[in-house]
Design a protein around this ligand. Structure first.
Ligand code: HEC
Ligand code: HEC
Ligand code: HEC
Ligand code: HEC
Length: 612
């Protein structure tokens, strides 16, 4: 199956090279169909063999295409999207060379009664797939104090678990191939094979969302249910980036063929843009506008103004200096320049399980001094997000949290979130600033403070994260460093899965904790909760889960027993604990705001199998 990937990108564009390559694809397709894939298919679609389909295609390769212009130095990663069987139209730079970096497929149906996944399984774009084995794996509700929205997460349907792959074919207006197709190996649920899988992230699942529930678990009065199936593939491994697609002038669509439904390909219309205004790529700058003292340091108590600049990969700014576009000019899918803001109002995101990469928050934080950086466990209230007088939230104070932190969403929370709560105030139509102020407390400890910005750009088919961390000195010119208790993480995060590439493209793990404080309406914010949760739920975490030493450097760092620390992996605890600490009500943190309190310092100083 590596055949296509290992092959050169065909710069000569010679059509004569296509048939043998297609033959490899066909052989692989057939051998997979003969194997485990049968499990993943519903039945009827197998009647049509992919061989026929591909044969027809390979003969249809149009011969009138010109030789492609030389490939740009770097191939660009494309994000493909299919919603209820319909490919989302893709605008790309004309004549570019691309690889597939992300595939999002979703099938969704609505129901007024609680059918579990019944309607999805029988009456959706995914109805023909193999649903055997599907089971509810997790459940979480949001919206306290009510009405609640409850999500049930389903896994282990055959189509989710078995190995499968995609073939992406560039085609012309008549559906004829215009170039070399690529084959992308989606891998399987239970085995991550870095050298053969093509994507670092692979999440296939189904979700039932019930709205208007009386309690976190009582949706008997609800009349609004959504059932959806999701395929999330992203972050192409290094080797998969060599599987390039070159678009010819006549290329009008990408045909996306999934081995689990070989005869029912999706079609993604392609529009090629000849002289786009911006380049691909994403860079973020953040600079302090307030000058430091002559020795280069800021005094404790200073108010420091920072300015953000978003640029394309060629350094061209994406917005005028001094302002950022209004929320309504950007949401939900980004503006012409590719700027994106938080968009979970339109496409809900839930950690690990649902489309967190599409939340696309533009955000900044300060945290320091570096030597005091630690997880923040005080909860940030919703009021702090709606107060018209507060642009930057104070997240952690030295006296309460042992470290100082502030953050700000851009647009500010009192525009972004207040605008959602109070639409008549017109906040979403106001232009926004690219500047904000952090106020270092008067009692701030001296040292290095880290200022981070993060965001996401979607531009002409590319959907990529960006982040930037700068350091400022407070009270002393001497640089100080964070003591990390975990890491370095790159035993698995490599070959395209580096933290510098996945998620926020940020591998400065000293600078995570400010943005990742628990919020009253999103208690699962902290890094330890998210890291434990994602890796414990992933069946692709290829180390024994109880072996804390895969991530933790010291035994002490695993000893602060709290519901949030332990129940972000564990789904149950003994009856004695239920009596004492309450039933488990959150799959992420165990319970409510009390979940961050240390339960005990006396018990659980060892974890079985921890390796520490
Ligand atoms: C400037 C703010 C900010 C910083 C710094 C930051 N994050 Fe995030 N993080 C977010 C936001 C906002 C989200 C929600 C998704 C989005 O909008 O990108 C998120 C999402 C996540 C998720 C959920 C991913 C999923 O698939 O469910 C994880 C895990 C995470 N961050 C880890 C980290 C780590 C590790 C670091 C440090 C290397 C970090 N974050 C630094 C703001 C930040
Ligand atoms: C034993 C292998 C392994 C180790 C060690 C490991 N990870 Fe991961 N990590 C993975 C895998 C596999 C995934 C993908 C999970 C999935 O999607 O199913 C992942 C996913 C993630 C994600 C989510 C990325 C996204 O886009 O949603 C973050 C963040 C992350 N890891 C951070 C860390 C940090 C921080 C450490 C070290 C403290 C670490 N990981 C150590 C294997 C590992
Ligand atoms: C995939 C990586 C990973 C694995 C495996 C892992 N942890 Fe963690 N853990 C983290 C990260 C990252 C943090 C946050 C560190 C920080 O912010 O300083 C953390 C923090 C913690 C904390 C501190 C919580 C707090 O309130 O500060 C405890 C306790 C903990 N882990 C327990 C464990 C135990 C017990 C195990 C093994 C059974 C384990 N962890 C396995 C990544 C991991
Ligand atoms: C990274 C995930 C992870 C974290 C975090 C974690 N555990 Fe575990 N724990 C496991 C796994 C996996 C096992 C072994 C399988 C099992 O029993 O569930 C285990 C086993 C245990 C056991 C033995 C259970 C038995 O029946 O033998 C205890 C007790 C335990 N954990 C307590 C804790 C406590 C207390 C914390 C928080 C300080 C914690 N765990 C944090 C993953 C985790």
């Amino acid at each position: 199956m590596g055949g296509l990937g290992a092959s050169p990108t065909g710069r000569d564009g010679s059509v004569s090279r296509l048939p043998p390559l297609l033959a490899i694809g066909r052989a692989a397709l057939l051998s997979s169909l003969a194997g485990g894939l049968l499990l993943g298919c519903g039945g009827e679609e197998l009647a049509d063999t992919p061989e026929d389909t591909l044969d027809a295609q390979s003969q249809a390769v149009s011969s009138d295409e010109r030789r492609p212009s030389p490939a740009p130095s770097g191939a660009v990663g494309l994000a493909l999207e299919v919603e209820n069987g319909v490919g989302r139209p893709l605008r790309v730079r004309a004549g570019g060379t691309f690889y597939v970096n992300q595939i999002d497929i979703r099938a969704a149906v609505q129901s007024s009664t609680d059918e579990g996944l019944g309607t999805l399984r029988t009456g959706s774009d995914f109805a023909g797939l193999g649903w055997g084995g599907v089971r509810q794996a997790d459940q979480e509700a949001v919206g306290a104090p009510g009405p609640y929205t409850r999500r049930r997460f389903y896994r282990d349907a055959a189509w989710m678990d078995v190995p499968s792959f995609f073939i992406v074919e560039p085609v012309d207006a008549h559906g004829r191939l215009t170039g070399r197709p690529v084959m992308l190996n989606a891998g399987s649920e239970y085995r991550r094979r870095t050298e053969r899988d093509d994507f670092f992230i692979r999440r296939f699942r189904a979700i039932q969302t019930a709205s208007g529930c009386a309690t976190h678990d009582d949706c008997s009065g609800s009349t609004s249910f959504e059932e959806e199936a999701l395929v999330e593939l992203r972050n192409a491994y290094d080797h998969a980036r060599a599987k390039t697609l070159t678009f010819r002038p006549g290329t009008r669509a990408l045909r996306l063929r999934w081995s689990l439904r070989p005869a029912a390909p999706y079609e993604i219309p392609v529009e090629q843009v000849a002289n786009p205004q911006y380049a691909y790529g994403f860079a973020m700058d953040v600079v302090p506008l307030t000058p430091p003292r002559p020795d280069g340091t800021y005094a404790p108590g200073s108010e420091i103004t920072f300015q953000l600049t978003l640029r394309d990969g060629a350094g061209q700014r994406l917005h005028p200096a001094g302002s950022l576009p209004a929320y309504n000019e950007v949401a939900p899918d980004g503006n012409e320049a590719g700027i994106n803001y938080y968009r979970a109002f339109f496409d809900a995101s839930t950690t690990y399980y649902r489309r967190k990469h599409r939340e696309r928050m533009l955000m900044t934080q300060i945290i320091g001094p570096a030597q005091h950086i630690q997880p923040i466990r005080s909860i940030v209230g919703l009021d702090a997000f709606l107060d018209p007088a507060v642009d930057e939230q104070v997240i952690a104070t030295p006296e309460r949290d042992g470290v100082f932190s502030q953050f700000a969403t851009l647009p500010f929370a009192n525009v972004l979130f207040r605008g959602a709560f109070f639409p008549n105030e017109g906040l979403w139509d106001r232009p926004n600033t690219d500047m904000w102020q952090y106020t270092i407390p008067a009692n701030a400890a001296p040292g290095t403070y880290l200022v981070t910005v993060k965001g996401r750009r979607t531009y002409l088919g590319e959907d990529i994260p960006g982040s930037r961390t700068i350091e400022i000195q407070v009270g002393t010119p001497e640089r100080t460093r964070a003591t990390l208790t975990t890491g370095p993480c790159n035993s698995c995060h490599s070959q395209g899965g580096e933290l510098s590439q996945v998620l926020h493209a940020n591998d400065n793990r000293a600078a995570c904790a400010g943005c990742h404080a628990p919020l009253a309406f999103e208690l699962e914010g902290p890094i330890f909760v998210r890291t434990h949760f994602i890796h414990s739920r992933s069946n692709r975490f290829d180390a024994p889960l109880e072996k804390c030493s895969s991530c933790h450097l010291t035994k002490e760092s695993t000893q602060r027993t709290s519901k949030a620390a332990c129940l972000s992996c564990h789904k149950s605890y003994p009856d004695s604990h239920v009596e004492h600490f309450g039933p488990i009500e959150s799959m992420y943190v165990g319970g409510g705001p009390e979940s961050f309190q240390q339960c005990t310092g006396a018990c659980h100083n060892q974890h079985p199998g921890s390796g520490l």
